[in-house]
Write a protein that binds this ligand. Structure first.
Ligand SMILES: [Zn+2]
Length: 149
């Protein structure tokens, strides 16, 4: 993000909040001339990176997350709007916390938290993909966990 006063590219975010239309208002400070300015950014313009288990960083993609959720909620009574809301909630949380990356584990946990309230079958399905169950024991564990609630 270029400083409008001195054109330096060296700026930092000092405050960030999401506006009603889903864009993010950021207060930035130029590290060169120390002046402050505001920017309005759509989520796509401030990418979040997902850090995989093998430490690879990939750009966060809403579509990818939506695919995972669509798979988990197939034939369940969950609407596309509900899925969009889950994703938007998570994205806003990330934006407001000013993080630029999140581990895939953390992201998965956030999704599971939301799915758990919404649909338990979807929760187990998503968990089975995300936690990569390779034995029946870990599968039973997650089902037991739900039953406790
Ligand atoms: Zn400047």
């Amino acid at each position: 993000m270029k400083c409008p006063f001195c054109s330096s590219e060296d700026t930092k975010v000092v405050d960030s909040r999401t506006t009603i239309d889903g864009s993010t208002k950021r207060r930035r400070e130029c590290n060169n001339c120390l002046k402050r300015f505001s920017t309005y950014e759509r989520f796509e313009e401030s990418p979040i990176y997902v850090v995989k288990k093998d430490n690879r960083r990939v750009k966060y993609e809403r579509e990818k997350l939506l695919r995972g959720l669509t798979f988990a909620t197939a034939k369940r009574n969950v609407s596309r709007e509900q899925l969009d809301k889950i994703i938007t909630d998570i994205e806003r949380g990330l934006q407001n916390s000013l993080v630029s990356e999140i581990s895939s584990k953390e992201l998965g946990e956030k999704v599971l938290e939301k799915l758990r309230e919404l649909d338990q079958v979807a929760y187990v399905r998503f968990a089975s993909v995300y936690k990569e169950f390779n034995d029946i024991k870990s599968f039973i564990e997650i089902v037991e966990e739900i039953k406790k609630d």
